[in-house]
Design a binder for this molecule. Structure first.
Ligand code: XMP
Length: 331
């Protein structure tokens, strides 16, 4: 609408004024905030922006390709796609503790990003001077509170603090005063597709915390395929009562890989294959959440497709636990 159109022009003018002719680096994750920040900054300064997309190999199926298609293919932005999956998997080998996995993924992420940013910064006189981040208003409030250090860290998220200082870059945060719904509107006004702007949240450690215990490439591949089926069916199934899709009617939905095998039967033989759990919740703040009452027909279709299409998985379960006491993620 026209209000958001005005906002775009204002924000673009502000970024141009702030940055001048200097170069900017931004860490693109594929999530809503960094995507909208990238689109906005690109609108303002075009090729003065370089996005760094660190792919830890624990993203959803084809996610890396989708991010590249959108930002390079459609917006013609400069994006460095760092495929670091081997490196991440290597460091995760033998590690099964969830917090340990989070720490390793967070640490590697910072390291890979810093190395790329260092190269861009060191690129002579035209080296980057700015680090852009998709910080939004609720993050600003949250980290203000975090300065007094919480007594108990329930989960260590890997939002990167202190990176601009470490890199000697100035900080550019064009979404700092916006709430999530405003960020989404801004994304639409900038021409990002609705499917990207209204994505469910995805944790930084990605599938690393949706594969229970040790992360293995084989598990990640099975999980990606099963999860893609679940999400596709949620997006394609409309609830007649509301006219909305079940993807829209849930706040977060995903598949969890259980590294245990159960017996099944196929043809006249037995199978001994892996189990996945489907998780779908409804929540307004992610602090508490109810499991979603998905239609049986939808669950049936998803389970049938996963078992038929993903060789290696022979059992699908649905998680009927609410938060609290269960959390949304399984790790
Ligand atoms: P839980 O599992 O604690 O999740 O009920 C609440 C919300 O936080 C997300 N989550 C994470 N996000 N890094 C993130 O960036 C993490 O390590 C992490 N762990 C949980 C989760 O997806 C849900 O939206």
């Amino acid at each position: 609408d026209w209000i958001m159109g005005d906002y775009v022009n204002e924000a673009v003018a502000r970024i141009r004024e702030q940055v001048g002719d200097e170069e900017v680096i931004l860490g693109l994750s594929g999530g809503v905030d960094s995507s909208v920040a990238a689109a906005l900054i690109h609108r303002a300064i075009g090729d003065q922006l370089t996005c760094v997309f660190v792919d830890h190999g624990l993203l959803r199926l084809n996610e890396g390709q989708m991010v590249m298609d959108m930002f390079v293919g459609q917006l013609h932005a400069k994006v460095i796609h760092v495929d670091a999956s081997e490196q991440f998997l290597g460091h995760l080998k033998g590690v099964s503790d969830p917090e340990q996995k989070r720490k390793i993924i967070g640490r590697e992420f910072v390291e890979v990003f810093k190395a790329e940013a260092g190269k861009l910064k060191g690129a002579g006189a035209k080296g980057a001077k700015w680090l852009a981040q998709g910080t939004i208003y609720p993050d600003v409030i949250e980290s203000g509170g975090a300065k007094t250090k919480k007594a108990v860290t329930i989960k260590s998220h890997h939002n990167v603090g202190g990176l601009p200082e470490q890199l000697g870059l100035k900080l550019l945060e064009p979404l700092r005063e916006l709430f999530k719904d405003e960020v989404r509107e801004l994304g639409l006004a900038l021409g990002l597709p609705e499917a990207m702007v209204y994505r469910h949240p995805f944790p930084g450690p990605g599938l690393g915390v949706r594969i229970l215990g040790e992360v293995k490439k084989e598990y990640a591949t099975l999980l990606q395929r099963a999860d893609a089926i679940f999400i596709e069916e949620l997006r394609n199934t409309i609830d007649p009562a509301t006219g909305k899709t079940w993807y829209q009617l849930t706040s977060q939905a995903f598949t969890v890989f259980l590294p245990v095998k159960s017996v099944g039967v196929m043809g006249d033989g037995r199978t001994y294959d892996y189990v996945v759990a489907l998780r779908a919740v409804q929540t307004s703040d992610f602090m508490t959440a109810d499991w979603a009452e998905l239609p049986y027909a939808l669950l049936k279709k998803v389970s049938g497709r996963i078992i038929n299409e993903v060789r290696g998985i022979n059992r699908v379960t649905y998680d009927v636990s609410s938060k609290p006491p269960a959390t949304i993620e399984w790790e």
